[in-house]
Design a binder for this molecule. Structure first.
Ligand SMILES: [Zn+2]
Length: 376
């Protein structure tokens, strides 16, 4: 493992540069952990991916601080640093390390190490940036030969993208899923057109009702009970029956936004997001699938204080450990020193929303054949 490179992705280049200027005053190392004194700060790092430091960044901002990075960069701590980084990237369960597969685009693999298996990733971007096309293309690359694709189409947008599915899933047939009817077996892209938030929640084991108040406001009322085991959810059953290796939520934002913007809905709306995304993560993890959840929200990838937010709600952090952000055309984030073709997009990567996000970007170009690496 190239510790410096991975640390750069996880903690951010700027944090790494600052860490290099520090000195370890003394340190004590055991088989699984390191305690170190750096300046006035006391740092602890374990091979299970845990860390603590009494500086502001670690304590209040819950970020891997420069002191922790310094400990991990020290050549004496290589063994623990490797385990630490594996644990951080793969969730904290020991022994559960993530396998990355090529996205088919070098620019994306370069910044993200590829597409993780058993891991729901978020894809953010403004309208018409090519999120759906990119999601289909990546899935075509990672699941071909491993199984089928399930698209949860919440926007009824699939007919617009049928041509792209044909391109990226050559040899696959497209089947519109109807509840209660058997899935055809073979190589398929199953498209499930989700009616609304109630149906989306129900697929994920949670029942809820939409209620219209006397004042005409629409409210989501979740029922108390839910299906606790992921295996008992309708979405799991669908994936089992259809030999599904990859799932795309296109999008998770749409059905949740649709049921109203009334202030009183915020709590229920956040709960709905949390439920869907947590269950989706469990689904992808338990079946070792690939998962992409598309969000309409935009973020500023150069601002670490601007984590992706649900409209009017809290940050999206529900078990999503990696996110891609795709820009539309040229953005203001990068120097305008050269002219770039109109269809070149920046793709930024962020790991875990508790970490400083969006440290690096790659450039891809949208062509009639799909996205291609674009080199300066
Ligand atoms: Zn610190």
């Amino acid at each position: 493992m190239d510790i410096e490179k991975v640390l750069g992705l996880v903690a951010g280049q700027d944090v790494m540069e600052r860490a290099k200027q520090l000195a370890i005053i003394n340190q004590e190392k055991t088989e699984h952990s390191i305690m170190a004194k750096i300046g006035e700060h006391l740092v602890e790092v374990t091979d299970a991916g845990e860390y603590s430091c009494d500086c502001e960044d670690a304590l209040y901002r819950k970020r891997i601080c420069k002191h922790v990075v310094k400990v991990l960069l020290d050549p004496r701590n290589r063994d623990i640093a490797e385990e630490f980084l594996r644990a951080v990237m793969g969730g904290k369960k020991a022994g559960k390390f993530v396998k990355f597969h090529s996205s088919g685009l070098k620019e994306i693999d370069k910044i993200s190490m590829g597409i993780p298996e058993g891991y729901l990733i978020a894809l953010f971007g403004p309208p018409e940036s090519g999120k759906t096309i990119l999601a289909y293309q990546i899935m075509g690359n990672v699941i071909k030969g491993k199984g089928n694709l399930l698209v949860l189409d919440t926007e009824r947008a699939y007919p617009m993208y049928e041509m792209w599915l044909d391109k990226f899933f050559d040899g696959y047939d497209i089947h519109i899923v109807e509840l209660g009817k058997k899935l055809p077996q073979g190589n398929y892209v199953y498209v499930y057109q989700v009616e609304d938030i109630v149906e989306l929640l129900s697929l994920h084991g949670k029942s809820a009702r939409v209620k219209v108040s006397d004042k005409g406001k629409v409210e989501l009322v979740p029922d108390k009970g839910w299906t606790i085991s992921i295996r008992d959810t309708a979405i799991y059953e669908l994936c089992e029956n259809g030999n599904v290796a990859g799932i795309i939520y296109d999008s998770v934002t749409e059905p949740v936004e649709e049921f109203g913007t009334a202030q009183q809905n915020l709590g229920a709306r956040n709960q709905a997001y949390k439920w869907v995304l947590t269950t989706a993560s469990k689904l992808v993890e338990s079946r070792k699938m690939f998962g992409i959840a598309i969000f309409h929200e935009t973020v500023n990838p150069t601002n670490p204080r601007d984590p992706p937010k649900i409209k009017g709600g809290t940050g999206v952090k529900y078990n999503i450990k990696m996110a891609l952000y795709i820009s539309r055309d040229r953005t203001s984030h990068t120097p305008k020193t050269e002219s770039r073709p109109k269809h070149v997009r920046e793709v930024w990567v962020a790991r875990h929303f508790n970490l400083p996000p969006w440290v690096e970007y790659g450039e891809i170009e949208l062509t009639a054949q799909g996205f291609k690496d674009w080199r300066r």
